[in-house]
Design a protein around this ligand. Structure first.
Ligand code: PGA
Length: 258
């Protein structure tokens, strides 16, 4: 089964809508058509930028899928400050990151909440990018595999096997996020293989074969090709490097087959 690589730029809480337009245009000018021919690229701006980026990429059109960084699991109601998945679907959002480690650590998101969000994203015909990964303490205590496997089970709980094959899991070791410390490619490969094994156990071989697994954590131009060349790594979730058009373009080119 050939899985199309997905390179996702998670801008986090950076760039207002004017800056978002500038970055998207610069990225488009930096890339050559062949760079995105066999690779999907998604951009995940802050909520207030999404409409501007949508207008830009649909009017040209540019070879980018629109993404979001989070959403609520309910469709509407008294949830002050939250964004419903249906609002994102209306803006032609394709991919929604759920359960990013920053949301788990800073905003109290549990596997149960992440599973509800993933289900809500799917119900609105978008694709969740479900983030999992261990902390430094957990890795040092020899628990990286157990913690990550438990997160995969908990965050995908209740999702139909047919849907699991179409979603995206991002393995993001917390100690590698924003630290400049990339996970060694062989360790990242081992963890992504473990995740695929958990999906096989829980949802069957077909789902495991087609689910795409991204690596995230200090991905940049210089390490992208090695990471993306691993058999179980189907893309990258990129934070810091996605804010620099040259660097992000280099990551995207890292997905090109040698
Ligand atoms: P980073 O962030 O690339 O800056 O390490 C990755 C992420 O948080 O998704």
């Amino acid at each position: 089964m050939s899985r199309i690589p997905l390179i996702s730029g998670n801008w986090k809480m950076n760039l207002n809508h004017f800056e978002a337009i500038q970055l998207t245009q610069k990225l488009y000018w930096t890339l050559k058509p062949e760079d995105t021919q066999n690779t999907e690229v998604s951009l995940h701006p802050p909520f207030t930028d999404i409409r501007s980026v949508q207008t830009l990429i649909e009017s040209d059109p540019m070879p980018f899928k629109l993404g979001a960084q989070n959403c609520h699991f309910e469709d509407k109601g008294a949830f002050t400050g939250e964004i419903a998945p249906s609002f994102l679907a209306k803006l032609n959002v394709t991919y929604v990151i759920v359960g990013h480690s920053e949301r788990r650590a800073l905003f109290g998101e549990t596997d149960g909440i992440v599973a509800k969000k993933a289900a809500a994203v799917l119900a609105n015909e978008m694709t969740p990018i479900i983030c999992v990964g261990e902390t430094l303490e957990e890795r040092e205590a020899g628990r990286a595999e157990d913690v990550t496997a438990a997160q995969v089970k908990g965050s995908l709980a209740g999702i139909a096997a047919e849907s699991v094959g179409n979603l995206v899991v991002a393995y993001e070791p917390v100690w590698a996020i924003g630290t400049g410390k990339t996970c060694d490619a062989d360790i990242a490969q081992g963890m992504c293989k473990l995740i695929r094994g958990v999906v096989a156990e829980e949802f069957g071989a077909e789902a495991a074969d087609s689910v795409r697994i991204q690596y995230g954590g200090s991905v940049k131009g210089s390490n992208a090709a090695e990471l993306l060349g691993q058999p179980d790594i189907d893309g990258a979730l990129v934070g810091g490097a996605s804010l620099d058009p040259e660097e992000f373009a280099a990551v995207i080119r890292g997905a090109l087959a040698p």
